[in-house]
Design a protein. Structure first.
Length: 45
């Protein structure tokens, strides 16, 4: 999923019952760039 916090909360609410355990992982552009450092493809491709 991708979107604003409000959009994501709405989508999650529509797709999963309230008691469903979820794991939230947030990747910022800086996180992705750090992970991709030294990889063959750049972040901007």
């Amino acid at each position: 999923m991708y979107g604003t916090r409000e959009d994501l909360c709405r989508m999650l609410n529509e797709q999963y019952p309230a008691e469903t355990p979820l794991n939230l992982i947030i990747w910022t552009p800086a996180d992705i760039e750090a992970l991709a450092d030294g990889m063959e493809y750049s972040f901007s491709e």
